[in-house]
Design a protein. Structure first.
Length: 143
């Protein structure tokens, strides 16, 4: 079994990358707006003279991007009726297995980080892991 030693920051990047990969693979193209490059850029770019972000402009831009991404996503899944925030589920038969594997590894990382959090909440999604791919139970994270 392969082993990868990374810093906590690197593990966070891996977790985020896996989440983006899985979400794009199930058709959640709008999730690109949450990529830190674009999120941080707009947050800083839209600051006024007082140093406050113009949240109205921020959300207008994000809504335009999300709307614009609906058409290409619908072309790729051959379903022009899928609404903007719609998507296939991770268990949808047309979703590539690699998306389920990415989703499961992301869950394992998220759960490991939850376990060491002194302020953990037992009602959040990171409090448990629900595997979607065969063999994913072998994924382990040691913090």
């Amino acid at each position: 079994m392969a082993k990868l030693d990374v810093t906590d920051e690197q593990l966070g990047v891996i977790q985020t990358a896996l989440e983006h990969y899985a979400r794009i693979g199930i058709g959640q193209f709008n999730f690109i707006t949450e990529h830190p490059t674009f999120d941080n850029f707009l947050y800083n770019e839209l600051k006024n003279e007082d140093g406050e972000t113009d949240w109205t402009k921020y959300h207008q831009i994000m809504t335009k991007v999300e709307t614009a991404l609906t058409y290409p996503r619908n072309l790729l899944i051959n379903d022009m009726s899928m609404p903007g925030h719609g998507s296939w589920g991770v268990l949808h038969p047309d979703v590539d297995e690699s998306c389920r594997i990415a989703f499961d590894i992301m869950q394992v990382i998220r759960h490991a980080r939850w376990k060491i959090n002194p302020n953990k909440n037992y009602e959040t999604v990171d409090s448990s892991v629900h595997f979607t791919s065969k063999g994913s139970e072998k994924a382990k994270v040691e913090l």
